[in-house]
Design a protein around this ligand. Structure first.
Ligand SMILES: Cc1cc2nc3c(=O)[nH]c(=O)nc-3n(C[C@H](O)[C@H](O)[C@H](O)COP(=O)(O)OP(=O)(O)OC[C@H]3O[C@@H](n4cnc5c(N)ncnc54)[C@H](O)[C@@H]3O)c2cc1C
Length: 391
């Protein structure tokens, strides 16, 4: 019996741990296109970018349960044949499997406008972070395209390194989708008070430069130049290798509440950023959510499902009752959230003041769907249970 786990991030690690803990005793092979054992990504835009990137420091501790796992690193999966249950790797090597875990995460989306591709940084991997840090340490200015999580965190880190920072985005305010305008406008104020310049509500016409991008032209016709350019405009699920097997891959991989892939009849699960499922505490709409706690939650569940399925039992169908949780560190501020504030139509300040430590509650109709706090962890803690009680 053999299980192939494709992808070598947190979701893959947690799936392997849970599979073994659930009593599966066959072979487990993790296949990753990266050359590193699973490591923690959040520091890549924060302290690791500021202080120096080291794979050893960022690697997750691997539990003894995974001692028997075979790690095939630096060789991605190019394609899969579900009919034959065979994976083909970039090297041409083939690997047969009985059970499959899909844990290939996402990659940065790129802007499709004229101009050179060289000289444009993205940030997803440790190698990306090393290159970006190298470039930033000899630079005076950085231009960040995108004002989401990664854009805002890189902006804060770059200011802390003393660079002049410009952020350009099509959105009207930084992190407005998860935070709503009230808190997003306040976040913009905090960034501006640290010296960040914003150009918001504008598109990009082109990258400027001969062989390498040196600047951008905005849709309002203005041109902006910087030593370093970072594209942080969202992500694309890594589903290419699954094509040709009849799955709906339009936005990740659809799974049921046991993390079993919808549309596959042999034991197969998907986890982490790539998995799309309804969070039944909120509604029935399947969504992908790119928060750090979810590879752990989905991986734990997926490992159990796979072990049961391979042993001939029907996978469990519990409801999805884990609470999406994110945090973001920008300057000295810690932003933390529970639930899905992005679903809200109204919001209410429930603690503190917007320009200091605060908690904002988010409602859809009369129902609490999420909460965000700045520097208010003790005040936030009870909300986790409150949101769980929706079950
Ligand atoms: C810079 C950064 C900062 C972040 N900060 C925060 C934060 O502050 N708070 C928060 O909640 N979340 C944060 N996140 C998000 C969090 O890190 C992710 O949700 C989490 O890493 C997802 O884990 P995963 O295992 O699903 O995917 P990943 O960690 O992306 O792992 C997927 C792996 O699969 C590999 N792969 C892809 N395609 C193939 C293939 N065909 N064959 C083999 N391998 C393949 C990839 O290279 C990668 O190694 C951050 C992410 C980044 C990048």
């Amino acid at each position: 019996m053999s299980v192939a786990i494709v992808g070598g991030g947190l979701g893959a690690l947690r799936t392997a741990e849970s599979l073994v803990a659930a009593g599966y005793a066959g072979e487990v092979t993790v296949i990753s296109d990266e050359n590193h054992l699973p490591y923690n990504r959040p520091p890549l835009s924060k302290e690791a970018l500021k202080e120096g990137v080291s794979a050893e420091k960022l690697e997750f501790r691997r539990r003894a349960a995974t001692d028997g796992v075979a790690w095939m690193l630096g060789d991605g999966v190019r394609s899969a044949s579900f009919a034959d249950r065979i994976l083909t790797l970039d090297s041409g090597r083939e690997l047969a499997f009985d059970g499959l875990a899909i844990a290939t995460g996402i990659r940065p989306r790129r802007l499709n406008v004229p101009g050179p591709i060289s000289g444009r940084h993205t940030l997803r991997t440790i190698d990306d972070a090393k290159m970006l840090r190298e470039a930033m340490t000899v630079a005076k200015s950085v231009l960040i395209i995108g004002a989401g999580f990664i854009g805002c965190e890189v902006a804060a880190t770059a200011r802390q390194l003393g660079l002049s920072v410009t952020v350009v985005a099509i959105d009207q305010a930084p992190m407005v989708r998860p935070l709503g305008f009230q808190l997003a406008n306040e976040l913009q104020r905090r960034h501006e008070s640290k010296g960040v310049k914003f150009h918001l509500g504008v598109g990009i016409n082109a990258f400027l430069g001969e062989e390498s991008a040196k600047g951008i032209q905005l849709s309002d016709g203005t041109e902006h130049y910087a030593d370093v350019i970072v594209e942080a405009i969202g992500s694309i699920p890594n589903v290419d290798w699954l094509e040709g097997n009849g799955l709906d891959l339009s936005d990740g991989v659809i799974v049921d509440s046991s993390m079993a892939v919808v549309g596959i009849t042999f034991p197969a699960v998907a986890v982490g950023d790539i998995a799309k499922y309804p969070h039944e505490l909120f509604d029935e709409i399947p969504r992908r959510i790119e928060h750090w706690n979810l590879p752990t939650e989905t991986g734990r569940r997926a490992g159990k499902t796979l072990a049961a399925w391979l042993a001939g039992d029907k996978p469990m169908a519990e409801i999805v009752n884990f609470i999406p949780t994110f945090w973001s560190d920008q300057y000295e501020y810690n932003i933390q959230s529970f639930g899905m504030p992005g679903l809200a139509d109204t919001q209410r300040l429930s603690y503190g003041s917007l320009n200091g430590p605060c908690v904002v509650e988010y409602f859809r109709g009369d129902t609490l769907v999420g909460v965000v706090g700045i520097d208010s962890v003790p005040q936030l803690v009870p909300y986790r249970n409150l949101l769980m009680k929706r079950e």
